[in-house]
Design a protein around this ligand. Structure first.
Ligand code: AMP
Length: 397
């Protein structure tokens, strides 16, 4: 009998879903609904080995979106009663200092996700909307919240406190939370498996490089430092986000350039990073332009590499002993050039890439045989991690 988990990632105008088979880890069905609440929406439903169902239609709200998903499952399969769904997993971005693991959603948990909205105003209300609509659609199933921040709650105060006035920090919950936790957790666990060693003995630096990007130092399966902060704006250079800037830049842009707080927010979150430096936020285009010698793309790649090397260096120091560095997500898995610049010149620290392995594909070791620290590409699978956490909770309860 199939056992599966229905995994949901709800945005303010989007809904991504995957029905995950717990035994094989494969997607039994997946889909994406976009532009919910707008004048024309698009809905896609996909089954392995079959042509994608794509419909342009008006989708007024998340509940109607779930109705569409149910109809697809009904018409194209897998039928709900045959899919063996044991629970519904919801990706929730911000779990604050409260949620250090996945939890069954009841009205109290829903309220707490709502209370955390000031810390993630773009994400938590949308996640909650997804939860409410899904609970109304998939009645009778356990619903579980899996938080992007939970894995990072093991980060010690020395690393998560900002050196600002303590009273203000406490009152407004200002501290490092970190994000991409499910991905960092999945990849660090998989890394220990690949090394054939117990998780609690393995120290890994995970570089999740996608449109959003973050690095995490994982000691024995526990996050001890990560590059994103109170918000996902901090740290590495991203597709459209600046990553770290001197906070004084914000005052300068306000007082001298005359930008409002909202304009600066938009600038740093949506118009910076690769997009701001080169005109495109897509790493494939940046690499192509850099290859052709276009100066701003060459420079952007240097900035990306510099920031990554600095982060890796810091995490080597925090971990004391590092067994492996794992690259993951769209850029980390696919862009050999970015992996090369990220680790260039670190031979003296025991990190040596093998160019041929680096140029290959799929899950593999890419370091040279003599490299003291192993370097790997480990494809992430956030849906599977969420599904497993849901299953662990449901089976325990
Ligand atoms: P993600 O957010 O994990 O989906 O990653 C998206 C990023 O991965 C985008 O910047 C893409 O340009 C980048 N990406 C995907 N495939 C490749 C590739 N083959 N080479 C370089 N970058 C890639």
């Amino acid at each position: 009998m199939t056992r599966s988990v229905f995994v949901i990632n709800a945005g303010s105008s989007s809904l991504k879903y995957q029905l995950v088979d717990l035994d094989s880890g494969a997607a039994l069905a997946s889909g994406l609904i976009e532009r919910i609440g707008e004048t024309t929406g698009e809905a896609k439903h996909e089954l392995p080995g079959r042509p994608k169902v794509v419909e342009q239609r008006v989708i007024p709200d998340h509940e109607k979106a779930f109705g569409w998903v149910l109809r697809q499952l009904d018409q194209h399969g897998p039928a709900l009663d045959e899919a063996g769904i044991i629970g519904i997993g919801h990706r929730v971005v911000q779990g604050g200092a409260r949620f250090d693991r996945a939890v069954l959603i009841d009205d109290d948990v829903a309220q707490q996700i709502d209370d955390l909205a000031p810390l993630a105003p773009l994400h938590n209300p949308a996640n909650l909307q997804g939860i409410r609509s899904a609970r109304a659609t998939f009645m009778g199933y356990p619903h579980v919240a899996v938080f992007d921040t939970a894995f990072h709650l093991t980060i010690p105060p020395a690393a998560h406190r900002y050196a600002i006035e303590a009273r203000i920090a406490a009152e407004h919950r200002v501290r490092k939370y970190g994000f991409h936790g499910t991905s960092h957790q999945y990849v660090s666990r998989r890394m220990a498996e690949l090394l054939g060693r117990p998780l609690d003995e393995v120290n890994t630096i995970v570089l999740h490089l996608g449109n959003g990007a973050s690095a995490t130092a994982v000691r024995g399966g526990r996050s001890i430092e990560t590059s994103m902060g109170m918000t996902p704006l901090a740290g590495l250079v991203m597709g459209t986000r600046s990553g770290d800037v001197d906070p004084g830049v914000i005052f300068h842009l306000h007082r001298v350039a005359g930008l409002s707080v909202d304009e600066i927010d938009l600038l740093l979150n949506k118009r910076s990073g690769l997009l701001g430096m080169t005109g495109t936020g897509d790493m494939r285009d940046v690499l192509q332009s850099a290859e052709a010698g276009i100066p701003r793309a060459v420079e952007a790649l240097e900035v990306v590499g510099h920031r990554l090397r600095g982060t890796v260096g810091a995490y080597l120091a925090h971990l004391g002993r590092t067994d492996a560095i794992a690259f993951t997500a769209g850029i980390g898995e696919n862009a050999a050039k970015v992996r090369e610049v990220a680790l260039a010149g670190l031979e003296g620290l025991g990190i040596v890439l093998d160019p041929e392995r680096n140029a290959g594909r799929g899950e593999r070791r890419i370091s040279a045989d003599g490299s003291a620290i192993e370097v790997w590409v480990v494809p992430t699978n956030e849906e599977l991690e969420i599904a497993r956490q849901v299953a662990a909770l449901v089976d325990a309860g």
